[in-house]
Design a protein around this ligand. Structure first.
Ligand code: ATP
Length: 241
């Protein structure tokens, strides 16, 4: 099997602060990979370095056989590579529907509006709650609704792969469970590939195929999610539980 995403020897950071050190990872198509590690390990920086929000100083990101390392964010979205940043990036002044429409802005041509409207309908089928709240503004939503909207907006772009940064942050356990179940269904039914950064280790490994543990900007362990979940020493050493 060839990987959908291959990251090779990425070095990245902020000015003189180097956060990622020779970071490499491969993600197979239609799988969920959980990225775990302590606060400050470099998980968010890794996602930003893949999606062009932070520019790596060296290394290579290959998506679907193409070197995307230097492509602008819009070009990545067009290729089906979408990043949902920490906090979701929902625009508080826009309505749910307007936020969702942003997910289709990259489309051009005569059928763009219709394709996006259809994609939004599919998102409403996944999240009835968003349909009910379509005229609400971002700032009127609960944390769980905002996170669903952020994920929904990414899905409007019809991605092959999503990078998710802490989708469960601050949410009540039943909502976390819903989001995790949804990700699992998207993988199983639509073949979506997911790179999932989570502090909520149990929930993430519960749905993941693979787990990757990062410490100080490097992969220290990777393996089947079930193996990582039962590895007590590893959990003590890197995950703090
Ligand atoms: P957390 O779970 O706390 O978000 P993380 O593993 O995602 O942790 P990062 O957010 O990638 O870690 O942070 C890695 C390092 O980079 C930390 O030392 C952090 O202080 C630093 N850092 C993060 N964002 C910036 C930024 N915009 N400018 C400068 N340094 C940053």
């Amino acid at each position: 099997m060839t990987a959908l995403l291959e990251v090779e020897g990425l070095n990245s950071g902020y000015g003189r602060l180097q956060v990622l050190h020779d970071f490499s990872v491969a993600v197979e198509q239609s799988t969920i990979t959980a990225v775990l590690g302590a606060n400050g390990a470099g998980k968010s920086t890794m996602l930003k370095s893949l999606s062009g929000l932070v520019r790596p100083t060296s290394g290579k990101v290959v998506f679907d056989g193409e070197d995307i390392t230097k492509l602008p964010v819009e070009a990545l979205i067009q290729r089906g590579f979408t990043h949902v940043p920490e906090g979701g990036g929902v625009i508080p002044e826009l309505t749910v529907e307007e936020n969702l429409r942003l997910g289709g802005l990259w489309r051009t041509g005569p059928s763009a509006a219709k394709t996006t409207a259809d994609a939004i309908d599919e998102v409403y089928d996944l999240f009835e709650r968003l349909r009910e709240r379509r005229t609400f503004h971002g700032h009127q939503l609960s944390g769980g609704e905002r996170q669903m909207l952020a994920l929904g907006r990414a899905l409007v772009a019809k991605p092959k792969m999503v990078l998710l940064d802490e989708p469960s942050l601050g949410l009540a356990p039943p909502i976390v469970a819903r989001i995790m179940a949804l990700l699992r269904d998207l993988r199983d039914q639509q073949g979506l590939t997911v790179l999932l950064v989570e502090q909520n280790v149990g929930s993430a490994l519960g749905i993941a195929d693979e787990g990757v543990v990062i410490s100080v900007g490097k992969v220290v362990t990777r393996g089947p999610a079930a193996d990582l979940q039962s590895d007590v020493k590893l959990r003590h050493a890197y995950l703090g539980f």
